[in-house]
Ligand binder design. Structure first.
Ligand SMILES: Nc1nc2c(ncn2[C@@H]2O[C@H](COP(=O)(O)OP(=O)(O)OP(=O)(O)O)[C@@H](O)[C@H]2O)c(=O)[nH]1
Ligand SMILES: [Mg+2]
Length: 452
């Protein structure tokens, strides 16, 4: 997510931070690089101008040049201004109305409306603890209604039964009645896509807006289309009372232009991000956390939240206790591998951490690949309980047996055992609060050498 932009900012900041002092010319050069990076990321020109202007104003006002840590001060100013442009605070979903509360999703064809409808329904059920009814108003694309029905079945979400040949306005009316009767508290309306902002379809949406009387009308926009997504949002806003944006395909967007420009250009806040095809790949848009990620400062808060959501708390507790006692067994390692897999593998975890690009390139250089997680899992699963709690007993013949059991070879087993030793040493150090090994240069290179 946004890695191109992040890499550039990391570069710019690292050279600014290195300078013991900064003169006005250096600050100007830094700003010019930032401007270039933003434009290359497809951030809208007025947004870039505003951002640079604000940064400059603050930078000069605070007399960065005379400060003892000029680089750090610039980073802080850029961060503050970026957060402002992104929308300052998270924008809550407005469900304050007499139930059933209707939410409409609109947007161009293929922007991700139907997928997002299911994601949002699951999100509301989980976080707002409200019963949701999903309704497809897409009578134009063949099988569009079935697509939503299938998603509903797949993720145990309630969908409005399909009545053939019914028109959108009548379906909407029926949905409102059904929801009232069956006690649904929120109705999410998925609408038909259009290839471009087209007059007839817009008229239909306008009519639906008044039938449904939606509290929230969210535009679903494809992050990958950058500046176009922002223009589309502005067009929709002219006709409909758009209350929020849901930006999809952010997982594949290295540039981040749409995310950065959207709020400032349209005055409509981004409320959620779609970060993958699965229903759980959906998150609240927090401007401060996104600014952290964009600037390469990592998003530890989200990582910790995700960890506590996804992971097996019992296992973690056990591992923590073992660590405190200076123990780290193969079972702890196994549970960590499983948890890493759940969080999207190494890439998934790393994407939240500061200095990501450095570690990522270290990983690439070291030839570490994601398959190692599954392979190591298979190896540990081929060990006996005794071997897992006391790896020292794993002698030659045991190594052969484990290699056969996991479909690997003895050399791979040796590597894993070495790696395990290194990890358990590192864990022991960390449990004693000795974190010197984890400098801001990333993970110590020996670690990667062992993974090779
Ligand atoms: N990687 C990724 N894929 C997504 C995301 N959101 C949706 N998709 C994919 O995008 C494709 C189109 O999604 P749909 O939900 O059918 O889009 P739509 O806007 O309903 O399309 P129409 O109904 O034809 O207008 C599907 O293959 C989805 O799996 C996302 O956040 N990340
Ligand atoms: Mg659809």
């Amino acid at each position: 997510m946004f890695e191109n932009l992040t890499n550039k900012f990391e570069e710019i900041f690292s050279s600014l931070k290195k300078a013991p002092s900064l003169d006005e010319k250096q600050v100007d050069e830094g700003l010019r690089d930032i401007r270039k990076a933003l434009l290359e990321a497809d951030v809208a020109l007025p947004v870039v101008k505003k951002l640079i202007e604000n940064i400059k104003l603050k930078a000069l006002g605070q007399e960065i040049i005379r400060s003892t840590t000029p680089g750090q001060m610039i980073v802080k100013i850029v961060y503050d201004e970026l957060v402002k442009i992104l929308g300052d605070e998270k924008s809550e979903l407005n469900l304050n109305a007499v139930p059933p509360v209707p939410i409409m999703l609109v947007g161009l064809q293929g922007s991700g409306k139907t997928t997002t409808a299911a994601k949002l329904a699951k999100y509301i059920e989980k976080n707002n603890k409200k019963k949701v009814l999903l309704v497809s108003l897409d009578v134009y694309r063949p099988a569009a209604q079935d697509q939503l029905k299938t998603l509903g079945e797949q993720y145990s979400l309630q969908t409005l039964p399909i009545v053939k040949d019914q028109m959108p306005n009548d379906i909407a009316q029926r949905a409102l009645n059904v929801a009232t009767l069956n006690g649904s508290e929120v109705i999410i309306f998925d609408t038909a896509g259009r290839t471009q902002v087209d007059f007839n379809m817009m008229n239909e949406l306008k009519q639906l807006q008044s039938t449904i009387n939606s509290k929230e009308i969210m535009l679903v926009a494809d992050s990958l289309t950058g500046q176009i997504a922002v223009d589309v949002a502005s067009e929709f806003k002219k006709v409909l009372d758009i209350t929020g944006i849901i930006l999809t395909r952010v997982d594949g967007d290295g540039r981040g232009g749409a995310a950065v420009s959207m709020k400032y250009s349209t005055q409509v806040p981004i409320k959620f991000l779609g970060i993958g095809e699965k229903v759980e790949n959906f998150e609240i848009f927090y401007p401060d956390r996104i600014a952290n990620r964009i600037l390469g400062m990592g998003d530890i808060v989200s990582l910790v939240e995700k960890a506590s959501e996804d992971l097996d708390k019992e296992n973690i507790k056990q591992t923590e206790e073992n660590l405190k006692e200076g123990k780290f067994s193969m079972n702890d390692y196994l549970s960590q591998l499983k948890q890493m897999k759940k969080m999207g593998g190494l890439e998934g975890v790393l994407s939240f951490l500061p200095g990501v690009s450095k570690i990522k390139s270290q990983m690439d250089n070291a030839g570490v690949d994601e398959k190692i997680i599954s392979q190591n899992e298979a190896i540990i699963l081929s060990m006996t309980e005794k071997e897992r709690s006391n790896p020292k007993i794993i002698n030659g013949s045991r190594r052969k047996r484990i290699a056969n059991g996991s479909g690997t070879n003895v050399a791979t087993i040796n590597k894993l055992l070495k790696q395990f030793k290194l990890m358990s040493d590192m864990m022991k150090k960390m449990s004693k609060g000795d974190l010197k090994g984890m400098s801001d240069k990333g993970v110590p290179p020996e670690f990667f050498n062992q993974l090779k």
